[in-house]
Ligand binder design. Structure first.
Ligand code: NAD
Length: 491
């Protein structure tokens, strides 16, 4: 894997009012999970920097919101072209700071660009509506931006998750404060540079580096009107509570515990590949990764197929690294705990052979544990690593009952060749994103992305058409220009 950053990227700056400037607070290191080395530095932002940045975002909002959506969209077209032109650099940077493979890093960027393309279509999709509701009386919708909005993003998709919100929020006319994960701020720099080069006016995008402490300063600033958050459920719940307590809107996406139901009638290759790719992809560090397999009846041949496919996934080639040393220790500890409590090992990734990469990185190979206790930590809590816990079930009703009891609500899938059983899951699952013979059921644009339960606090979704009412308000205008002869109670 290529672990080399351009020299100018090694100090990671804030972007405030169109100027790149190092935060004045304590410096922190950005460590590549691929080799455990410090690759760059960034610095915390102080309260006065946060306040000054929001002040400039407010000024920028006045101008940005007054130009037409067609003109704002032109900036977004140029932004898209620049992201595509710089995709190698961005993917390489995502890989270095988050530990993903280059292929995964590129796929995340492309998915982000898909949302950007949705935003490009807003000028045509959302042209409002007007109706003569009574003789001579017209009602119309006018969408208006909120003002300064903020977004807090996680480490695991440094390009994709910000691109869920930046294009839609900006195209609708807001100015945008972005606090990227302190583990992956380098990609944020590249995205900021691309928007600057695309002609986004100074102050419309602000990037503030730092850890969760600066989030409080952002939320509590009275000029910030809405906050989106993507990260752990604990963070999501906290940010949701603090933001809504101040009477502001919040949409906070949290962690996940995704179940896959495997039925004996499913296609062995489809299930083997789909399930293995789901729990090993991004080294299990994605909110849509399979983490519990509910194996109904005799599915041993299918499980063998999952194992063979997982064995083809080599660390450093098909699979990336774990984000940090602490997270790797946590995963190792939880695997051992489950084994001590009686789980059987089908595949143990702890003593992994590395493919052409540094031993100093943070690596865990695909791990499959069978006969996991449904009430154990491994079965109930998010691990965020390439670990598949198998729970054996007598029938589909038992499997759905286990899925229903989980506190999260992101994704649930089923592998079967029986349409009515697939429909049973679609109807009865407690999660919001359902897969039928699909291991990672991420809805593609224009379908919106978002879970329920502890996977999402707030209403609406974060992408697609359901996100528009989060990033804007709808004004309802009723107009009458002349007195009607035959006027009635409404005219
Ligand atoms: P994290 O919660 O540790 O951090 C996410 C962001 O929030 C970072 O910018 C961090 O600085 C900030 N933050 C953390 N705790 C905070 C708090 N209490 N108050 C304010 N800000 C806080 O998450 P992470 O480790 O970066 O990302 C992994 C998590 O994100 C996993 O749980 C994963 O499931 C989740 N995730 C969810 C989705 C989704 O769509 N539901 C998508 C991607 C990741």
């Amino acid at each position: 894997m290529n672990i080399k950053l351009a020299q100018e990227m090694t100090s990671c700056k804030n972007y405030i009012d169109g100027t790149w400037i190092m935060g004045s607070g304590e410096k922190f290191e950005i460590i590549s999970p691929l080799n455990g080395e410090v690759v760059a530095h960034a610095a915390q932002s102080s309260k006065s920097e946060v306040d000054a940045a929001i002040e400039s975002a407010q000024k920028a909002f006045i101008k940005w919101s007054h130009i037409s959506i067609k003109d704002r969209t032109q900036v977004m077209y140029r932004f898209r072209d620049l992201l595509l032109k710089k995709s190698d650099l961005i993917s390489n940077t995502v890989s270095i700071e988050s530990g993903k493979t280059i292929i995964e890093a590129n796929a995340g960027l492309m998915k982000g660009i898909e949302v950007l393309e949705f935003a490009l279509s807003l000028q045509n999709l959302d042209s409002g509506s007007k109706m003569e509701v009574s003789k001579g009386v017209h009602c119309e919708y006018r969408r208006q931006p909120l003002g300064v909005v903020a977004s807090i993003t996680p480490f695991n998709f440094p390009a994709m998750v910000p691109l869920w919100t930046i294009p839609i929020a900006l195209t609708l006319g807001n100015s945008y404060i972005w606090k990227p994960s302190e583990k992956t701020p380098l990609t944020a720099n590249l995205i900021g540079l691309a928007l600057e080069e695309a002609g986004l006016p100074p102050g419309v995008l602000t990037i503030l580096n730092g850890s969760k402490e600066i989030v409080d300063e952002i939320i509590s600033n009275e000029k910030v009107k809405a906050v989106s958050f993507v990260g752990s459920s604990q963070g999501a719940k906290e940010v949701y509570r603090k933001t809504t307590n101040l009477g502001k809107r919040a949409l906070c996406l949290g962690g996940a515990k995704n179940h896959i139901i495997l039925l004996p009638d499913s296609n062995i290759n489809l299930a083997g590949t789909g399930i293995a790719d789901s729990f090993t992809g991004c080294a299990g560090q994605r909110c849509m990764a399979a983490s519990v397999l509910l194996a109904v009846g005799d599915t041993d041949e299918h499980i063998e197929s999952i194992k063979s496919r997982a064995l083809e996934t080599r660390c450093g080639r098909e699979m990336g690294a774990i984000i940090s040393k602490q997270q790797l220790s946590f995963l190792n500890e939880k695997i051992q705990e489950a084994i001590d409590k009686g789980a059987t090992v089908i595949l143990d990734g702890r003593d992994v052979e590395l493919y052409d990469t540094s031993k100093e990185g943070f690596w865990l190979g695909p791990t499959i544990l069978d006969n996991v206790d449904p009430n154990s930590f491994l079965a109930k809590e998010e691990l965020f690593g390439p670990v598949l816990a198998i729970i054996r079930c007598e029938n589909i009703s038992e499997a759905i009952q286990i899925e229903n009891l989980n506190d999260y609500g992101n994704a649930a899938s089923i592998f079967t060749s029986n349409g009515s059983l697939a429909e049973k899951l679609a109807q009865e699952a407690s999660s919001a994103m359902i897969g039928i013979n699909v291991g990672v059921p991420v809805p593609r644009e224009p379908f919106s992305f978002g879970g329920i339960g502890n996977s999402k606090f707030g209403h609406g979704d974060i992408t697609g058409i359901n996100s528009l009412n989060f990033w804007s308000d709808l004004k309802k205008v009723t107009t009458k220009w002349k007195m009607q002869e035959d006027h009635n109670w409404m005219s």
